[in-house]
Write a protein that binds this ligand. Sequence first.
Ligand SMILES: [Zn+2]
Length: 85
Amino acid sequence: MKHEHNNFERCRELAEQLNDYLDGELPEDLCAELDVHLADCPDCSVVLDTLGRTVQILRKLDIAPPPLPADLEARLLERLISPLG
Ligand SMILES: [Zn+2]
């Protein structure tokens, strides 16, 4: 399979599941799908990494994570995958 970076729609779809994924609330089969995609998609990995670290820090500090805007991940992704300029 060729590595083509043209699955932005897929990225958006998955981005909406990242919160649940981080909360451990995503069903196992969807987690697996997400893992497969993340392994092959640097953009999504960065988003997950950033979100994950933020959530972890807040948890360590025993602060409830503030509610994230529903479209935060999508917007992050949008930025990452937009051509510069
Ligand atoms: Zn992706």
